[in-house]
Design a protein around this ligand. Structure first.
Ligand code: NAD
Length: 503
């Protein structure tokens, strides 16, 4: 936990400008261009960031390619490679307070929440180091008395990792850790709106002294730097987290060079509360699940389905709780909801409140205190009397906005929950154990929680169905993506070989 003294001293630091990290060196962009990184709470500039473009991506991929093909990374003893991974984890632990601070400064997420988020980052590295130790096993096949065939798992090559701004450090480490632990080399293209913690990750990895070129970071815009990475012929893998539309563009753009793509995309996840649910716990989980992380959370329960008999009571309780949420400075320990990432996203979220009114719903929202007028604040909002086919019930708003709908019975709840293009997460609240399982089986989503908020174990698969993603991250699912399985056929007897041309 950061003491108030440490936080005060961090707040007094000036953020230095940020470079690219290529082939073991911090370097400017080749064309010397930079972009401004803005503070979402004040809309003042934090620092300048080197703007990587196609030639910088080419340079980073060349370094990663050379490190993969000719460097020691993939061939060194496993224990040595994994000692680097454990070292990165230890170095992250030393920086945890700084990372939590940088995340809050850069993204507007409240510091009490970034602290929880980043404390999991070092565990990502330790977890994947252990996973590689445990899963570097193959299958052996006996074939009559003539063959033994067996499989081995090898790293794939250069991994291109593209990440969003809503949980930057957590999501970057979640991709970097398995990619490196399995022996690949990496080019990371972090989100342009949140570059601070990605730069710190480069500093940490530099300190861990990995061989040159194994890990590279190119900051820059998605349509330029991200696009060049996706299209580069020497990159074999793209692991992407971000919007569904961007994911679809990336799949198209990676087709010519036939890359494996892992896609973690948008969501519009239902929380279904039955009349027999534990009311108070369901309320706690619902409020946390949509308003935490400023509502900029892929697995947010942004559609609330209430059974009709508890609708009035639940909505009353919800209104009270939402009006009490503390909106404020993300660096204040007591803040529960901070400003949205940037002006553009603020306008998008605000526009949905207008759309909600045009669609005929009742929008319950609060006022932002004048002292926070400079920031990108949207007050926690509830949209009542919505219908399932409205845009506010169907589209990902990605802000502190909850759309409320009702249902009569289990069948209707499942039907309404599934009438949406997304399928990332779902939450079911009922004290009928059989119904809990039944509904969880039938809601079309990659991840379901019954009588629980979003609590994850790193070993379990993470990902969505429908328009929310392709593939799974986490656990050995990540191991499968970052390794190639090879089958080796060994003849142990003189099996028959045709003798073409022998006369
Ligand atoms: P985004 O799609 O705008 O950007 C994500 C990343 O892609 C950024 O680094 C961006 O620069 C890059 N990018 C943009 N266009 C590109 C292109 N043409 N080629 C290559 N790269 C490109 O998403 P965002 O606004 O940063 O993040 C919010 C979205 O992410 C939400 O939809 C949210 O649900 C989703 N998300 C999903 C998960 C999940 O695990 N499913 C987790 C977090 C966030």
């Amino acid at each position: 936990m950061v003491s108030s003294h440490e936080l005060i001293s961090l707040k007094h630091e000036t953020q230095k400008d940020i470079s690219l990290y290529i082939n073991g060196e911090f370097t400017s962009a080749l064309r010397g261009s930079t972009f401004k990184n803005m503070n979402p709470f004040t809309n003042e500039q934090i620092n300048e960031v080197a703007e990587g473009q196609t030639d910088d991506i080419n340079k980073a991929v060349a370094a990663a390619r050379e490190a993969f093909d000719h460097g020691p990374w993939k061939t060194m003893k496993l224990s040595k490679r994994l000692s680097y991974i454990y070292r990165i984890a230890d170095l992250i632990d030393e920086e945890i307070e700084r990372i939590a601070y940088l995340e809050a400064l850069d993204t507007g997420l409240p510091i009490s929440q970034t602290r929880k988020m980043v404390s999991r980052a070092s565990e990502n590295f330790r977890f994947y180091a252990r996973m590689v130790e445990n899963r570097l096993v193959g299958d052996a096949y006996q074939v009559d008395d003539e063959f033994i065939n067996y499989t081995i798992n090898v790293p794939v090559g250069v991994a291109g990792l593209i990440t969003p701004w809503n949980a930057p450090f957590m999501l970057e480490t979640w991709k970097v850790a398995p990619a490196l632990a399995t022996g690949n080399t990496v080019v990371l293209k972090p989100a342009e709106l949140s570059p601070l913690s990605a730069n710190l990750l480069a500093e940490v990895i530099h300190k861990a002294d990995l061989p040159k070129g194994v890990f590279n970071v190119v900051h820059g815009f998605g349509e330029i730097a991200g696009d060049a990475l996706v299209k580069h012929p020497d990159v074999q893998l793209i692991s992407f987290t971000g919007e569904t539309k961007t994911g679809s563009t990336i799949i198209k753009n990676s087709a010519d060079t036939l890359k494996s793509c892992s896609m973690e995309l948008g969501g519009k996840s239902p929380i279904i509360v039955f009349e027999d649910a534990d009311f108070d716990r369901a309320l706690d989980a619902c409020v946390w699940g949509i308003y935490s992380f400023n509502g900029e959370r892929c697995t947010a329960n942004s559609r609330l389905f209430l059974q009709e008999s508890i609708k009035d009571k639940f909505i009353d309780a919800l209104k009270t709780r939402v009006s009490n949420i503390r909106v404020g400075d993300p660096l204040d320990e007591n803040t529960e909801v901070g400003p949205l990432i940037d002006k553009g996203h603020y306008s998008k979220v605000k526009s949905y409140l207008e759309i909600a009114k045009e669609e005929g719903t009742d929008v319950v929202t609060g006022d932002i205190p004048m002292e926070f007028a400079r920031g990108n604040f949207v007050a926690p909002t509830i949209i009542l009397n919505a219908k399932n086919n409205m845009r506010v019930a169907q589209e990902e708003i990605f802000g502190p906005v909850l759309t409320v709908l009702t249902f009569k019975d289990e069948e209707e709840a499942i039907k309404l929950a599934n009438e949406v293009e997304y399928g990332l997460a779902g939450y079911v609240w009922t004290n009928d154990i059989k119904r809990g399982h039944r509904v969880a089986h039938r809601v079309e989503a990659g991840m379901l929680w019954v009588n629980a908020q979003n609590v994850r174990d790193l070993r379990t698969p993470f990902g969505g169905s429908k328009s929310s993603g392709i593939g799974r991250e986490g656990g050995h699912y990540g191991f499968g993506f970052y390794t190639e399985q090879k089958i080796i056929h060994i003849s142990i007897a003189d099996h028959h070989i045709q003798q073409f041309g022998k006369r």
